[in-house]
Design a protein around this ligand. Sequence first.
Ligand SMILES: C[S@@+](CC[C@H](N)C(=O)[O-])C[C@H]1O[C@@H](n2cnc3c(N)ncnc32)[C@H](O)[C@@H]1O
Length: 187
Amino acid sequence: MEKLDLNQSDKKRLIKFEHQRQTNRRLWNIDKETAHLLYFWVKSYKPKHILEIGTSNGYSTFWLAKAASYHDGIVETIEVDKNRYKMAQENLQGMVNIKMHFGLAEKIIPSLPNLYNFVFIDAGKIGYVDYLKLMLDKLDKDAVIIADNVISHSHSIQDYLQLIRKSDLFETMTLSIGAGLEISIKK
Ligand SMILES: C[S@@+](CC[C@H](N)C(=O)[O-])C[C@H]1O[C@@H](n2cnc3c(N)ncnc32)[C@H](O)[C@@H]1O
């Protein structure tokens, strides 16, 4: 059970997302519980600069941006697939605190000008470790990284998990919500 501060336009978007989730099997959206956790996290801790790696059709982006809109936070999100990128552009139309990047995260991350307070990783699983390495000098001092699928795809993500768990830079823990989240806080 949840009670969320959603307006008519949010509800319309969510109906559309639900329809797309049910009719398109190649969107791989996070589940509702994970979406709400991201929403509550961002709404509580108010990270100003948020980066998402793996937009798909924009479902998780919607929740991050909705939460960030209460404190003028900005969400940047990266997607490499043209069709899903276009769907996200349509689905997120009118949400002014979102900046979308089209292309490979590995190419885009080095060119990003900001330092980020919150990063959500949900793209190609084998790529997680590379995204992390590229992100290291893009993290603000209080940064939090949440990585999805660390239980469902633990094998593909093992390099990422090994690196972040061994690193002196982070405190980290696994949360068995949805597909499994690794929550890592920069020390
Ligand atoms: C699991 S889906 C993202 C789901 C989305 N976060 C949501 O919950 O609505 C992963 C997305 O990452 C994209 N992707 C995979 N590898 C990528 C890469 N190297 N750079 C950018 N996007 C990538 C895929 O095209 C796919 O749309």
